[in-house]
Design a protein around this ligand. Structure first.
Ligand SMILES: [Zn+2]
Length: 256
């Protein structure tokens, strides 16, 4: 019975995530262009034809239309169904970890924010204030709901990550963007202090591994700047799912 209800809960969460993901696609596409989120209604960017609801069913429409516009046949970017599926899986992970709880709502909200910023950073190199400022506020509100100690930890997490990136920016003179600082502040608000420290370590480890792979396997040049936002987003999500295990492992290694 437990397994069955877990499966149903996960299916529900995947669908919820895919629907939210299709909204995130709109944010990711429109915010860096400073366009309105609500107007104009969704349309094909090539022929301008207005899309009907059945052209916009997350994931399925892309598959049924074989990745082409129903009206003009222009190719639709695979990023749309991929971001929908990614958001679906992210929500499933949060559901399996936290069940039906306040933290479930906190961390699906956080996941949606992480995905939005990771992809505006990848596609357009921007971390939009219009996402991270309300995002940080939501993180603080959720932590306040969980008590004063957690709220204080969120404040320290924000200050720690924001301060860290400001310091890096000052020292390296532009090695990292100010977007990393504001994105860091938002992540700190959700993760609290301890998880923020671990998140940063993991982000640098993943960044180093990917960097080495890009240079050795894909022969990229070291100067090609790679946005750091996606690494922050990925390691923040890893902390959401495995944070306690990671901290426990760390203390076992170094405590005696
Ligand atoms: Zn079209």
């Amino acid at each position: 019975m437990l397994l069955m209800s877990n499966i149903l809960f996960s299916v529900f969460n995947f669908i919820l995530g895919a629907v939210i993901g299709s909204f995130l696609n709109v944010l990711i596409y429109r915010i860096p262009k400073n366009g309105s989120i609500l107007k104009p209604p969704s349309h094909c960017p090539v022929c301008g034809h207005r899309l009907k609801w059945y052209d916009m069913v997350p994931i399925f429409s892309y598959i049924f239309l074989k990745g082409k516009c129903r009206y003009c046949g222009a190719k639709i970017s695979a990023r749309y169904p991929l971001i929908e599926a990614l958001t679906g899986f992210a929500f499933v992970g949060v559901g399996l970890r936290y069940g039906w709880s306040l933290q479930f709502f906190e961390y699906i909200t956080f996941s949606a924010l992480l995905i939005t910023v990771a992809f505006t950073d990848i596609f357009d190199g921007v971390v939009p204030d219009i996402v991270v400022i309300p995002g940080a506020t939501m993180g603080l509100v959720f932590s306040l709901l969980r008590g004063k100690a957690i709220f204080l930890s969120s404040i320290y997490g924000m200050l720690f990550l924001f301060g860290f990136f400001v310091l890096v920016i000052l020292i390296t003179r532009g090695g990292m963007g100010e977007g990393d600082a504001t994105f860091g502040a938002m992540i700190g608000a959700f993760l609290g202090f301890k998880f923020s420290v671990a998140m940063l370590v993991i982000a640098f480890i993943i960044g180093a591994i990917v960097g080495i792979l890009l240079i050795t396997v894909f022969k990229k040049k070291g100067e090609d700047a790679i946005p750091f936002g996606p690494y922050l987003a990925l390691s923040a999500y890893i902390m959401v799912l495995f944070g306690y295990k990671i901290l426990l492992f760390y203390f076992k290694l170094f405590a005696f």
